[in-house]
Write a protein that binds this ligand. Structure first.
Ligand SMILES: [Zn+2]
Length: 443
């Protein structure tokens, strides 16, 4: 069977364009939605011909990969339509439809692939809309069904909340472990026109948090057109140790009579993709909202045969909060790590705040330490008398890197030994401390 990552190593791999936009063009009726209008995922069961037709339209212009119609097919979203019992059925059906079309177009020289689309849901765990573990369970269920349906890649896309992206990655890896199958994993974050994710996360912080996971591709999609993505694409090209993917919208959406309209021309999308490939070494391109087969036809013509720029990435150890990333090897030195937020030191004050669940005071303390010049916070909420790490959530809202360690074991690492809520890349906790040996303990 053709290997997706092998194709990525050999050439530029081109994804399809929008699913939602192209469903709208085909005008499904209320009956097609079983009266649950807006639930595009249902069409895999009610109107598979529409979904097949969309996949066909993109493969026909030369795309290498199509995405399954499963963007919202998690329990979390389907429950809003009272369809939570259809998770497995919808995902397996959508994967099979896409695989069938892919096989029709595949040849030895040009294998075609199917990416299992995994969207952000309608909830933001960082804002407390849903528990991290519930979100992981939802993604586990969806990814398990997509794997069973035979997808070639798992595509976590349109991530707006870093914690949601991590929940998806954890769920996807748990599903692969259970299935005894390792398939390539992509994580794409969405940057608003302001240049950060919805909750204010910079691209550097997103990379620091996601890179330690065993994912294969880290990229961007949705929210804006390619023009607005340029700086972040350049950053990923220069700093990410993973392959880079870019799937922009057909420009920033314009509001016309209450409808989102996308006006970027096919040639403009193609020109930007050529620039991303030739100048930043991007190997995976495609389109998101508003992009049509005409857009992707232009992209195939522009980048199909060109050689991506060679990327020379020197991995740098770093830590991040939900907003920014701090390199451990600071220039100028030293790296200042505040230790006042560690319950295992002799500082009684923080221990009392944790015991009293005084989260507002913990946040105030964190902000003061950052204002006093700390680059990182050494956060530890371990307590003999407590079995949770609630204090973390209070201080998680401060802007500097958080070096969290030694609180209750299973909150610190997931089963793959990777950071869940705290973000340190390029070094294990102990290593991070040693490499930061030039640090000043700011008690
Ligand atoms: Zn989009």
């Amino acid at each position: 069977m053709a290997d997706f990552l092998q194709a990525v190593r050999e050439r530029v791999v081109i994804y399809d364009g929008a699913m939602g936009t192209n469903i709208q063009f085909r005008n499904p009726s209320v009956d097609d939605f079983w009266g649950k209008e807006g639930c595009n995922e249902l069409l895999a069961l009610s109107r598979p011909d529409i979904i097949k037709d969309i996949h066909t339209s993109f493969f026909a212009v030369g795309c290498d990969v199509v995405e399954t119609n499963t963007f919202g097919a998690t329990r979390v979203v389907l429950a809003e339509y009272d369809l939570q019992d259809k998770v497995a059925e919808l995902n397996i059906a959508a994967a099979k439809i896409a695989k069938e079309v892919a096989q029709q177009f595949s040849s030895k020289d040009k294998p075609r692939f199917v990416a299992g689309s995994i969207g952000p849901t309608t909830k933001l765990p960082s804002l407390g809309h849903i528990r991290f573990d519930d979100m992981v369970a939802g993604y586990f269920e969806q990814a398990s069904a997509l794997i069973e349906g035979g997808v070639d890649v798992l595509l976590i896309e349109t991530s707006q909340d870093l914690l949601q992206a991590k929940a998806a990655v954890v769920g996807v890896f748990e599903a692969m472990q259970k299935a005894g199958k390792r398939i390539p994993v992509t994580v794409q974050v969405t940057l608003e026109a302001t240049g950060t994710m919805l909750l204010g996360t910079e691209i550097g912080a997103a990379l620091t948090a996601l890179e330690p996971f065993d994912v294969d591709i880290i990229g961007l999609n949705c929210a804006t057109g390619p023009i607005e993505m340029n700086d972040a694409v350049r950053f990923l090209g220069a700093n990410s140790s993973k392959h880079v993917s870019v799937l922009p919208n057909a420009g920033l959406p314009q509001n016309e009579g209450g409808r989102a309209v996308y006006k970027l021309k096919p040639e403009e999308l193609a020109t930007y993709h050529k620039h991303f490939v030739q100048d930043y070494g991007v190997r995976i391109v495609g389109g998101c909202c508003g992009t049509t087969p005409e857009h992707l036809q232009a992209v195939v013509n522009a980048v199909g045969g060109i050689e991506p720029a060679k990327r020379e990435v020197k991995p740098t150890a770093a830590a991040s909060s939900a907003y920014t990333s701090v390199p451990l090897d600071l220039d100028p030195k030293p790296l200042v790590v505040a230790e006042e937020m560690n319950t295992t030191t002799r500082v009684e004050h923080f221990r009392n705040l944790v015991r009293g669940k005084k989260y507002d005071d913990i946040l105030t303390l964190a902000k003061r330490l950052v204002n006093d010049g700390s680059h990182m916070l050494d956060l530890c909420c371990a307590s003999c008398a407590r079995a949770d790490s609630g204090g973390f959530y209070g201080s998680g809202r401060c802007r500097r890197g958080i070096e969290a360690h030694s609180w209750q074991g299973d909150h610190q690492f997931d089963q793959f030994g990777r950071w869940r809520e705290a973000h340190v890349k390029g070094a294990s906790d102990g290593e991070a401390l040693r490499r930061g040996s030039d640090r000043v303990d700011n008690r």
